[in-house]
Design a protein. Structure first.
Length: 209
């Protein structure tokens, strides 16, 4: 490993410094997602699964995991999330490093790496949307969320002045829900919360743990 590192020039080391940590984070994100989807327990997911690391800021991709009658305009890709940027830097770093090592001019390598990073950023967002839609097909009963612990994905504004997003494992499924709080303070991203009720439009009422 040391010999390999010593063989790199400055721009190659720059690409490697971007690619290696991004790859590690992306790998951990993937493990957490798979764990949450295939047997994770709600009590294990107060805030770890949202190192989001995704989530993205993502991250991550905006998916509704509510009932089938949830309005379709709420579904869609959210590309510019933490998960999306991690994917971008992972592909950007490795693609740039490979091209430079293959003798491609530096300017061309950088531009090509940016383009490939963005393409994969979109691709991963799309794949995650489809994957989580499949997970939501089991028709999670949102009433089962009451009493469940979760973590904030998008800040929940204070006093029901707006709507945030909360990730939680409900009925054995890793899901994302709209959320509000009755508290006087906003609940920031990554905060651990407890669901205390359900309001209209399949929206959870949460409090900070």
């Amino acid at each position: 490993m040391t010999a390999w590192w010593e063989s790199l020039n400055l721009i190659e080391r720059t690409f490697a410094c971007v690619a290696i940590p991004a790859t590690v984070i992306l790998f951990l994100q993937t493990l957490l997602l798979l764990f949450a989807s295939f047997g994770g327990d709600a009590n294990d997911f107060n805030s770890d699964h949202n190192m989001d690391l995704g989530h993205d800021a993502d991250h991550d991709v905006h998916i509704e995991h509510d009932h089938a009658h949830e309005h379709s305009h709420d579904d869609g890709l959210r590309i510019f999330t933490v998960r999306g940027f991690v994917t971008f830097f992972c592909i950007f770093g490795w693609a740039g490093l490979v091209m430079i090592r293959s003798g491609v001019p530096a300017a061309v390598s950088v531009v090509s790496a940016v383009i490939l990073g963005f393409i994969f950023m979109v691709l991963v967002a799309y794949i995650l949307v489809q994957f989580l839609k499949l997970q939501s097909n089991g028709a999670v009963d949102i009433q089962d969320a009451v009493g469940v612990n979760g973590s904030v994905y998008l800040t929940v504004p204070a006093s029901r002045s707006g709507m945030g997003k909360v990730n939680a494992v409900v009925s054995g499924r890793y899901s994302e829900f709209n959320a509000v709080t009755d508290g006087n303070d906003a609940i920031p991203t990554k905060s651990a919360v407890t669901v205390v009720g359900v309001t209209g439009n399949n929206t959870l009422v949460v409090i900070k743990k």
